[in-house]
Design a binder for this molecule. Structure first.
Ligand SMILES: [Zn+2]
Length: 148
């Protein structure tokens, strides 16, 4: 059985979700981020929502001009097929770029961790001393700070 207070909270949540959706934001909570939202277009993530926050304004402040959804000069429902197609192509380009960069970053992090484990293994087992990185020249006496 619903109380008046529960109905009021549900109505407030509906209004909040409607405003979030108008601003292009999707609620995608995580264990540590219960109010996390993400723009379906630019994929910016926003959290730490306060009751007086305006989703469109907060999205605009954080995304600037980089969000094609916020930059639309007309209502989403009034787009021509060609305009919608161009917008969708831009959305997919952003999605692939961010997703690809995320995969590359995870791969590079794993390569660095594996390299460190292998070097540690060879140093311990064979007393191997890795050669200095040629990109980082060794310090010389001329590099030392001088005092006058
Ligand atoms: Zn956006």
């Amino acid at each position: 059985m619903f109380t008046g207070e529960t109905n009021q909270v549900s109505l407030m949540q509906c209004l909040i979700y409607k405003e979030m959706a108008r601003a292009g934001l999707i609620h995608c909570p995580g264990a540590n981020e219960p109010d996390l939202t993400k723009c379906f277009f630019c994929l910016i993530e926003l959290e730490g929502w306060e009751p007086d926050h305006d989703p469109w304004l907060e999205h605009s402040k954080r995304a600037g001009d980089s969000c094609g959804f916020l930059s639309l000069s007309k209502s989403f429902d009034d787009l021509t097929v060609e305009e919608y197609y161009e917008l969708e192509m831009e959305r997919v380009r952003i999605f692939l770029s961010k997703t690809g960069q995320s995969v590359i970053n995870a791969y590079e992090k794993e390569v660095a961790a594996t390299t460190q484990r292998l070097v540690g293994h060879f140093v311990n087992k064979y007393q191997y001393a890795p050669e200095p990185d040629p990109a980082t020249p060794a310090a010389t006496e001329n590099d030392m700070p001088t005092t006058t």
